[in-house]
Write a protein of this length. Sequence first.
Length: 757
Amino acid sequence: MISPRAVRPRLGVFGFLFAALWLAASTTTTAQDTPAPAAAVPAAPHRPRIGLVLSGGGARGAAHIGVLKVLEDLHVPIDAIAGTSMGAVVGGLYASGLDAHEIEAIMTSLNWQDAFRDRPPREDLTFRRKQEDQNFLVKFPLGIRGGKVLLPKGLIQGQRLNQTLRRLTLPVAYITKFDDLPTPFRALATDLETGEGVTIDSGDLTSAMRASMSAPGVFAPVEREGRLLVDGGIAENLPVDVARAMGVDILIVVDVGAPLLKRDKLSSVPVISNQMLAILIQQNSKLQREKLRPDDILIAPALGDTSSFDFGVVKRVVSVGETAAREAAGRLASLAMDPQEVQRYAQRREAARQIPPRIDFVKVDSGSERYSERLNDLFKDLTGKPLDPDAIARRMTTLYGQGSLDTLDYRVVNENDRYGLSLDARGNSIGPNYVRFGLSLQDDFQGNSTFNAATRFVMSEITKPGGEWVWDFQIGQTSLAATDVFLPLSQFSGWFLDPHAEAQVRNVPVLNGQSEIGEYRLHTYSYGLDFGRQFGNWGEIRAGVQRLQGHSRVTIGDPNNPALAAQDFKVRDYFVRFSYDRLDDVNFPHHGQQATLQWSGERNVRGPNRVTDQITFNYVAAHSFGRDSAVFSTSAGETLEGNVTDVRLLFPLGGFFNLSGLKADSLTGPYFGIARLLLYRQIGRGGPGYLDVPTYLGMSFEMGNVWQNRRDVSLGDTHKDASVFLGMDTFLGPVYVATGFDQHGQQAFYLFLGRTF
């Protein structure tokens, strides 16, 4: 089975062979051909049936792969597998027909940090969600329903991991009885309502593996056949009884359960809570071990205190499992097949794997009717064609990237010898309304600090095409209240209307050279209408008109100073903006590009200028070399009318990454330009879920200035600045500790939370 936005691991030789098999088969079957399970080649009658038991253990479960590698080297057959949690994942992949070396290639090449994140890669989000990322950086949205704040059912919904497993098990997607898999299989889960262990022996293989590893509080529970399922390790971490019931004679049992922590490490509530759960799991595993018979073989890899959450050590853990299995090689070798049996065993496992079937129909699962129109529109053109996981993934991304779903999934189903896609879309458990937060904090350690806190409340799906009503509130150096109603004109057309209104108050410094002589408090009120079109999820063209009025008053400085004269204004503002965004991350980009080009023109109703036109341009490009990344960005702006006195129309420079050696906003003018080159290296890996923080060490080089007249603009008249920084990509947004230098010897220090440019 396959599914939405699948995260595609590099499969090496396996991927090449599988693609070749698919292509070859597709040229020899007609459009009416559908796969059917091949008759299984029975195991040789004179040898004992062997069952494999794989325990749970998170990242420690990678040791199961090392054990499987040794079993294959020794030609030890496996006639049945029972697995729990990560043991169910490794066991399920092996049961689907993959061999140990293929599974190892998958597990060691998979980006676990991405696999344990639900949100699609930023480049797959809709353009509107990308815009939201620019300012609302806190990564945990909270749901609002019935006046109550809702939290997610788990830190991880499992969407991306689910799709990875679907793609890997594609050749057996049509099989619904696990006894018909290349190797019979059972997955263990726990019923969250009753606490009972649940043995999964049929249905959808991918959801069975996902349910078995859904650790409560980390992964969201999996709803399957009317039950709410979580990690099987809670009920039976070492499923000896389940494997025995599959009609085997001898068990090979691999236990990778974590040892209990010593007193000196029981130092926090989460650690103590985890220890309590580990005690229960260990006691259950002990009872299962006591049921082993003399002929059974127990393998317990010496993993020490290896963390269950540290997927960065998969290669080492595989090696430890391999070592442990080789220590039992004497007993294992006695179970080896003769050469004729080896060939028959391989044929039996390969016979059940099929090319993807032709899709004859698409249907929507019960409970997903709310999204039936959108799903049918997206997938109806795939009928009558062989199942193409890439085409399905692209369509899934279109809908899932809107950000209104917890999960988007599909299964291959067989109805009256016709194969189809059964689609399942589940809205946000915290939605459809949600709230996001943004924070910005800057301190230069010289008594100058700024702070802004923002909240966005989104009422989503207010129209069938996916309309949204958004309210924004912010307090701090800039305070605002704003609302807009985003109205797509039709489903997936890209055309939209966006009426909006805003009230804003902010501080604006008044400079004489680089010296601050005063400060305005600028009050602005506006309302208007935008019209535009989005191009897929990568670009947008938008035009609009708004009525803008307000005033500025002196809060610091001599109000009698002509340079600090109060100003009133009332203007009509027109603009046209083209935006392009394929950047993978707004905090610490690794690849992609982002660009914005805008013309805006004010036509005066009342104020200091009759006509003002401005053109601004911003560009960012990123490229990575392993753990090292280079980011180039440039920004420029020009006011087409000279003698600009309105403080709203002056461009500021100065501050972190904006001429880092200078005080923030210490340069202002009607013309500006700046270019930046950032180089940084990832020194902290960042773990799965939200259990670690990616950390970067880097430097920047900046060149730019502001000018009062166009004739003064020149590269020779620019400031050359640099910075050295330590950056962390936290759930609150990017955090930097940095120092900046200017060519004239000025130096600045920064503690910075939020976006920088």
